[in-house]
Design a binder for this molecule. Structure first.
Ligand code: AMP
Length: 282
């Protein structure tokens, strides 16, 4: 596996692949890799001839006071996992490579970026959209693989790629979970043991909520009850909502169809995100 930290090296590798007619897949990550990330790498392997995984803890998507400095980092461990997973190139740019002095251009997504995480973390999706667009251009990937774990992020990226006519395909993969149902996340390792023991209540509540909606229970009542139950279980609930999957708009009352349940909830100072599909009968 090649390891590149400078744009020249990355461009040499991907340029040679393109000249040889090889299809390139990109898996963007912030490192501290777990089985969820590695599932994306495996899918990238299936869909392309050459796989680039980027590891970059993107300062632009963290707000002041967020966990940028405490974000878990394990470069040696990550590289070993990527080698094992059959990744061809690890792209490890520094902040100065990604944002050279004088950098002044950003991508400002609206639409699906506006509510939920976009409202809780103003500027977050500007950072995500900007870094992903840069990664797409830098690697000249034909396909990029993302996790449904960050559902809103996936919809924002799809919107940006469509709106800017970027010539690549975006693939979303289902969330990989721990044995108790908790969605794998690099931030889980920062959960205190008592919080980790309680964390699977979040996906359990989502599953119960989806079952209630599928049985025809009115969404407003079921959501309010689930929020109260999570609060009683010690979660600080930032939001728990039923939305239109692609736009993230609130699900219209009384409408039947395929919706998405999305949630963000805090245990201690760790924020957990989760989401699942939900068939609404009401
Ligand atoms: P991150 O390193 O957390 O920024 O995530 C990098 C990519 O991995 C994103 O596309 C995430 O949605 C995806 N990802 C993170 N956790 C999971 C998971 N548990 N299952 C599937 N994909 C995931």
């Amino acid at each position: 596996m090649r390891i590149e930290r400078e744009l020249e090296g990355l461009r040499a590798a991907t340029g040679a692949w393109r000249a040889a007619g090889r299809r390139i897949a990109l898996v963007p990550t912030m490192g501290a890799l777990h089985a969820g990330h590695l599932a994306l790498v495996a899918e990238a392997r299936r869909r392309a001839d050459a796989v680039v995984t980027s590891i970059f803890v993107n300062p632009l998507q963290f707000l002041p006071g967020e966990d940028l400095d405490r974000y878990p980092r394990d470069e040696a461990g990550d590289l070993a996992k990527l080698r094992e997973a059959g990744c061809d190139l690890a792209w490890l740019p520094t902040p100065a490579v990604m944002y050279p002095p004088g950098a002044a251009t950003v991508i400002e997504p609206a639409g699906p970026a506006e509510g939920w995480e976009g409202a809780e973390r103003p500027g977050h999706f500007r950072g995500v959209a900007t870094v992903c667009t840069k990664l797409f251009m830098m690697t000249r990937a034909d396909v990029a693989v993302f996790g449904e774990k960050d559902w809103q992020q996936l919809q924002v990226i799809r919107r940006v790629v469509a709106d800017l006519h970027l010539p690549l395909e975006i693939v979303g993969l289902p969330t990989v979970r721990d044995t108790d149902g908790l969605a794998l996340s690099s931030r889980n390792q920062r959960l205190a043991p008592e919080h980790r023991a309680r964390a699977a209540a979040l996906p359990r509540r989502l599953d119960a909520l989806a079952a209630a909606l599928a049985a025809g229970r009115p969404a407003g009542d079921a959501l309010a009850e689930a929020r109260a139950a999570l609060a009683a279980e010690g979660f600080g609930v930032d939001y728990l909502a039923l939305v239109v999957p692609e736009t993230l708009a609130p699900w219209p009352g009384g409408q039947t169809g395929e919706a998405r349940l999305i949630a963000a909830a805090r245990l201690g100072d760790v924020r957990l995100l989760d989401n699942i599909p939900a068939r609404v009968l009401a």
